[in-house]
Write a protein that binds this ligand. Structure first.
Ligand code: SF4
Length: 475
């Protein structure tokens, strides 16, 4: 009994006569070809769509776009590896019609057309809309962090610079003291420490560099500076990303397709809801849409802007503040009467605004009832002060309305979790993208547009197949 044997390498084979014979009718490259050929790359903003009149002919941007879409669909993102695929991968050889651009041409294409990839992403959203793959009723917005091309050691905050400078000073003083001691003992410095002069010179050099970083940081007006990718920022330590970017996506809950994606270098999600949700609404071509997001997006200005833009938000209130921390009655236990402008506390007492008929600079008023609190038997469960103060925004009715909506439809929170976990999980695990390859935020935005496009293509292929997508393009 023998194992299955291969064919001898020197054996003459009767192979199919053209490359097309190696690519099946349902191969994804056939969709990539049809999709890119259907785009007007000039209006999409791609460079070099018209061939030069003179000189050596360049590559058609549509060929390079096809190569990138194929690469991002197949976990091949680096220009060198894409070049390699043009030599050895039959699908790529078919897609590129045996063109073999070098890695520099491939990398330059991505850099020169970074803003156009976003438009290609949107064109695919339009295609999916024509197939009715978006529900266009509820979207879930969430963020994740992806690592930038910048190590922790090459990122500085003011505090980190101050600490590094203090450590340098401490070491410098120690070395100088050793020099002094050596002078007093009339011995050579090297008797105690090797290469003391070199170490002092090195530390002075490092100190000068740190001072320069501090001056640059002051001049930038930012709170941190990154040396390799100046746009990257140190993310929250809980994200375990180190230095990276904040990725925001809006996912349609019908089939978990991404309706909008953005890349920011803000550390927090706070304040990013309207921008992402409203762009998703526009991409989906509807006047109104509901959006659900987690507590990290709870910001009254953002909630108000969403409503004004035709986006109805569902964002749960974060459990924070001194009342929650101390186990006192929470603000939700105080009922607001808009007509009388009073709050009714858990024992039925009325708290009135401290600043009658006006609000403070931060848009809030404080509600109190000193007399009632003084005599209250439940005061220990309400405050550790002489009386309870409840702060309320002048426009807090917006938050009250949202809380009422959430109470009526609590299931949207589960829909949010199910919807956003799929794309983030797929992008990080299945597509293997946990970091970016390029520097500067505009390049990173171009990269993530390709990533989100690849995710959506993969998802749509699962739902309607290659043939379904090609037919939609031709319709
Ligand atoms: S302490 Fe004041 S606000 Fe709190 S329950 Fe008593 S009366 Fe109401």
């Amino acid at each position: 009994m023998k194992h299955i044997q291969g064919t001898a390498r020197s054996q003459t084979l009767l192979l199919p006569e053209c490359v097309d014979d190696y690519v099946g009718p349902d191969n994804v490259v056939r969709f990539i070809e049809a999709f890119v050929d259907s785009l007007d790359l000039t209006t999409t903003g791609f460079e070099r769509t018209l061939p030069k009149a003179t000189g050596r002919p360049g590559y058609n941007p549509s060929d390079l776009l096809k190569l990138y879409i194929y690469g991002y669909l197949n976990r091949v993102r680096s220009s060198r590896r894409l070049e390699l695929e043009t030599h050895r991968n039959l699908e790529v050889i078919w897609l590129m019609r045996q063109l073999r651009p070098d890695f520099k041409t491939i990398a330059d294409f991505r850099r020169e057309n970074k803003t156009s990839f976003r438009k290609v992403f949107r064109e695919f959203v339009v295609l999916c809309r024509s197939l009715d793959l978006f529900g266009r009723e509820l979207i879930a917005v969430d963020g994740t962090r992806l690592k930038a091309v910048n190590s922790r050691e090459r990122n500085f905050t003011k505090a980190k610079l101050a600490k590094a400078l203090a450590e340098s000073d401490e070491r410098l003083n120690r070395y100088l003291k050793q020099l002094d001691d050596a002078d007093k003992d009339n011995t050579t410095p090297s008797a105690g420490v090797d290469n003391l002069d070199e170490k002092i010179a090195a530390i002075k050099e490092r100190r000068a560099r740190l001072e320069q970083h501090r001056a640059d940081l002051e001049a930038s007006g930012e709170d941190q500076i990154s040396l390799t990718d100046p746009d990257a920022r140190a993310m929250h330590s809980s994200s375990r990303i180190g230095i990276g970017y904040n990725i925001q996506i809006a996912v349609d809950t019908k089939h978990k397709l991404i309706a909008e994606q953005q890349v920011h270098n803000k550390v927090s999600d706070l304040g990013l809801l309207t921008e992402t949700a409203n762009a998703a609404r526009e991409n989906l071509g509807v006047d109104h849409i509901d959006v659900v997001a987690d507590r990290g997006y709870y910001k009254i200005e953002d909630i108000e802007n969403c409503e004004a833009a035709g986006v109805t938000p569902y964002v749960p209130k974060p459990m924070r503040g001194s009342a929650v921390k101390n186990g006192f009655f929470t603000k939700e236990q105080f009922q607001y009467d808009a007509d009388a402008d009073v709050l009714t506390c858990p024992v039925g007492q009325k708290l009135e605004p401290k600043y009658k008929g006006k609000v403070r600079d931060n848009g809030t008023n404080i509600y109190v009832n000193r007399q009632a609190c003084k005599a209250c038997e439940l005061r220990a469960r309400c405050t550790n002060a002489a009386f309870r103060k409840v702060t309320r925004y002048a426009n807090e009715a917006i938050l009250d309305r949202m809380a009422a909506r959430l109470s009526a439809k609590p299931e949207v929170l589960d829909q949010r979790r199910e919807s956003v976990e799929h794309p983030f999980g797929s992008i990080k695990q299945w597509m293997g993208q946990k970091d970016f390859l390029t520097r500067r935020i505009e390049n990173v935005r171009g990269e993530f547009s390709l990533t989100a496009l690849a995710y959506n293509i993969r998802r749509a292929l699962t739902l309607v197949g290659v043939d379904g997508l090609i037919q939609a393009i031709r319709a």
